[in-house]
Design a protein around this ligand. Structure first.
Ligand code: PEP
Ligand code: MN
Length: 358
């Protein structure tokens, strides 16, 4: 059982930055009744521009240690240097997290992984600032390779010049979903605070994460959000977090409700039957494609014909619209089908499988 696969959702809360012992203790006191799994606070802050508040470092670690002693809540801090790791662990940090600006740099991530070799301290890896799933996975793998057994991912959105959805960072949901598809055992925690950048939008993104099967939430909380020394606009009070959690619909993959189970079983049988038909029809379509390939071979025609592809797009999107299906979806599907068709015809024209893959 992984450290992060506890009761869902795995909850992390606490201020963006540890600002004083009073602020840390007051936040912890507010969070204690909410049964969160981890208290978070930045003690070394990776600020975009110089001159901003950069955290209180080791001194702040002693405040977190005290909060842990008084309230029994485990704590996590962001580390970006091997020296941070050493200090954080010496003050009893239970979990470490890697910030978005660090995940982008494989040299730095490797240094951190090397510093953690042999410790088996749980590590959470935030997505890199750029929407690159390979870079995110690469960082996760570097920690796994040095023997860290409990690694989790944190989705905090991706930066862009401006966000199309009015958030501070674009969620790009398909990326964390693809990560979950590739690494089903990996816990993925959503950070609605850094995605939205705005306290009024945190509840809706937290719910979306639950709807999408995320394993947990990391939400910035501060006793006086407006006075926060960093990320003031996106922090909420522990009381507000309590309200959000009380209203959160936590979704599960299965249900114990018998009548819903029966209904689902029935609908899935219908769906399976449709899938069987879809596959049979695809096989039929590809068989026709092979026959076309034979004709093209005799007449020295090309496998790929742009005009024919445009015709397929026009005809299929037209039909899709009649069924209220999104044209993008249908064109995406047909790109794949057409690609397979061309591959078959190329083989008939004499190109080998290996050549097609090159
Ligand atoms: C943070 O969690 O306060 C933080 C700096 O986050 P990120 O690395 O996602 O910007
Ligand atoms: Mn922050």
């Amino acid at each position: 059982m992984s450290f992060f696969n506890t009761d869902k959702p795995f909850l992390i809360a606490g201020p963006c930055s540890a600002e004083s012992q009073e602020q840390v203790l007051e936040t912890a006191a507010g969070l204690a009744p909410l049964n969160i799994h981890l208290f978070r606070a930045g003690v070394w802050k990776p600020r975009t521009r110089p001159g901003s508040f950069e955290g209180y470092g080791a001194e702040a670690l002693s405040w977190l240690q005290e909060a842990k002693r008084q309230y029994g809540i485990k704590f996590t801090v962001e580390v970006a240097e091997p020296a941070h790791i050493e200090l954080a662990l010496s003050y009893g940090a239970d979990v470490l997290w890697i910030g978005a600006r660090t995940t982008v740099n494989p040299f730095q991530v490797q240094k951190l992984a090397d510093a953690l070799r042999g410790t088996n301290v749980p590590v959470m890896v935030k997505n890199p600032v750029n929407p690159d799933i390979e870079l995110w996975m690469g960082a996760i793998e570097r920690f796994e390779k040095v023997g860290i057994e409990d690694v989790a991912a944190i989705h905090r959105g991706f930066s862009g010049y401006s966000s199309s959805v009015g958030y501070r960072n674009q969620p790009n949901w398909p990326i964390p979903i693809e990560l979950k598809r590739r690494l089903p055992e990996l816990a993925i925690i959503c950070d609605p605070s850094h995605i939205t950048g705005s306290r009024s939008l945190i509840a809706e993104v937290a719910q979306k994460a639950m709807d999408m099967h995320f394993d947990g939430l990391m939400i910035e909380t501060h006793p006086n959000p407006d006075e926060a020394m960093s990320d003031a606009k996106q922090q909420i009070t522990p009381a507000r977090l309590g309200e959000i959690l009380a209203n959160l619909i936590v979704r599960t993959e299965s249900t114990s409700d018998m009548s819903s189970q029966v209904q689902l079983e029935y609908l899935r049988q219908l769906m399976d039957a449709v899938d069987a038909e879809v596959i049979d029809l695809l096989a039929k379509r590809l068989e026709i494609s092979s026959q076309i390939g034979e004709v093209k071979k005799v007449c020295n025609m090309t496998a790929y014909q742009p005009a024919r592809w445009r015709e397929i797009v026009a005809v299929t999107t037209d039909r899709a619209e009649k069924h209220n299906l999104s044209p993008e979806f249908i064109v995406g599907l047909y790109e794949k089908i057409h690609h397979e068709s061309i591959r078959r015809q190329l083989t008939i024209l004499g190109t080998t499988e290996e050549e097609i893959k090159k």
